[in-house]
Design a protein around this ligand. Structure first.
Ligand SMILES: Cc1ncc(COP(=O)(O)O)c(C=O)c1O
Length: 432
């Protein structure tokens, strides 16, 4: 028989254990409330600004997070927007009377014009050309599935595609007999022309689509998309760009890029909640793309890209978070975000280049670089390098497997000392 005290004791012990286990996993630095007024409307170009900005994220101060290429960390304002809206939906749902003027409590059945307008402004498009999706994978599948093709038509893509940038075409190939032609990218490429030549040399009169990664996932190869789209356009080839890694990372202007379609996952670099995506299709090509999912307005061609977002019930609160992420990004300024990311990544690359045992596998040509660096360390497998950085210095990179090593994405929550800590840890690991 267990007496009351030992029962309570074991209960308290279990609770304590559970708490310390939770702490071992992760403990946010402070409550999730945003600091009022952050980011401020007026940008202050100094380290104090970036240091205060760092405090708008829940990542503990002693942890350096470099895996934005998988999923970004939402700032406090984004979390707050989601939580506030969820509370409102749950608490006032009985007031929803479906009458005109009362907001819907779900997403999926209205065009979300405000959010699409903000997104369109960010990427240099019009709201009618932008569909909300859950991620890049949906965007690419909507294009592959929706573009009319005939057996024998060719789609060109690379050997470096993420499955989310490739499999829609593979499915179409198996089902409808199109030919998916894969070009092999040298890693790292030496210059942009090499990448252009791959697509040009592989094209034939049967080529209908160039499917181009703007920035590849595993090797961080940045493609000269603007130049490639111009060439494709002259040849009447449809261009669809995998920009999963690019919104919130590079400044984007769809009209300047000149692509026919572009999809992305703003839950990575734009720091939106997981499940935030978009698909852009230029207005003159939009009517030529079939909807993949069908609900009320799938066949209403006056609805623009809204025709391609017929997903049924979705989570309205996540869209509030998505909108807050765009606003957060705009308050800092897309150009400043990109410049900050690039300066940190250049600091990292310059430091790694001073360490003879380190090899950078991502490009170093100035037109092909990004905020992501993929590098390895002699004597360490990719997995051991990832674990070594984390166990010694709480530096979170992601293993890309051998021989690539780790992928390290610098972002606005990276501080210069996080980069320097990485380099110091590498020097220690060389000494063992
Ligand atoms: C280049 C690229 N394309 C597509 C995807 C798929 O993104 P999602 O899982 O958000 O659909 C990723 C994800 O990492 C990616 O890096």
């Amino acid at each position: 028989m267990i007496n009351r005290r030992s029962f309570l004791g074991s209960f308290a012990g279990a609770a304590l254990l559970a708490r310390s286990a939770r702490r071992a996993v992760a403990e946010p630095a402070a409550p999730a409330h945003p600091t009022p007024g952050w980011p401020p409307a007026v940008f202050q170009d100094d380290e104090t600004y970036w240091r205060e900005l760092r405090r708008q994220f829940l990542i503990p101060a002693d942890e350096a997070f470099f895996n934005t290429g998988t999923l970004g960390s939402m700032p406090r304002v984004v979390l707050q927007a989601i939580a506030d809206d969820m509370n409102q939906v749950a608490g006032t749902i009985a007031h929803w009377d479906y009458k005109a003027g009362h907001p819907d409590y779900i997403s999926g059945y209205n065009p979300e014009t405000e959010l699409r307008t903000a997104l369109a402004a960010l990427i240099g498009a019009s709201a009618d050309e932008v569909a909300l999706t859950q991620n890049a994978t949906l965007g690419m599948n909507y294009v592959a599935n929706g573009l009319p093709t005939e057996p024998g038509h060719e789609v060109i893509l690379t050997n470096l595609e993420h499955p989310g940038g490739r499999m829609g075409w593979e499915l179409k190939s198996k089902r409808y007999g199109i030919y998916v032609k894969q070009v092999t990218v040298p890693v790292p490429p030496e210059n942009p022309q090499q990448l252009i030549d791959l697509y040009v040399n592989a094209s034939t009169p049967q080529t209908r689509v160039w499917s181009i990664p703007h920035l590849t996932s595993g090797q961080a190869v940045r493609f000269p998309v603007e130049r490639m789209c111009a060439i494709a356009r002259e040849r009447g080839i449809f261009t669809v760009i995998d920009g999963a890694q690019c919104s919130g990372h590079f400044q984007l202007d769809m009209k300047r890029l000149g692509c026919d379609a572009y999809y992305s996952s703003p839950h990575k670099w734009l720091l939106a909640p997981a499940g935030s995506g978009f698909l852009y299709i230029t207005s003159d090509k939009l009517p030529g793309v079939w909807a993949t999912l069908a609900s009320a307005t799938w066949d209403d061609y006056k609805a623009g890209a809204y025709r391609l977002m017929q997903i049924g019930t979705g989570n309205r609160s996540m869209l509030k978070g998505y909108a807050a992420a765009i606003e957060f990004h705009n308050r800092i300024g897309p150009a400043r975000v990109e410049a900050r990311i690039m300066s940190l990544a250049n600091r990292l690359r310059a430091g790694l280049q001073q360490i003879p045992q380190a090899t950078i596998h991502s490009p170093t040509h100035p037109e092909l670089v990004s905020g992501t660096t993929v590098w390895s360390l002699a004597g360490y497998s990719a997995g051991d390098l990832m674990d070594g950085l984390w166990n010694r210095a709480k530096v979170r990179c992601r293993s890309m497997g051998d021989p690539l090593g780790v992928r390290q994405c610098c972002h606005i929550y990276t501080l210069p000392e996080d980069v320097d800590r990485t380099l110091e840890t590498v020097r220690q690991m060389v000494r063992r």
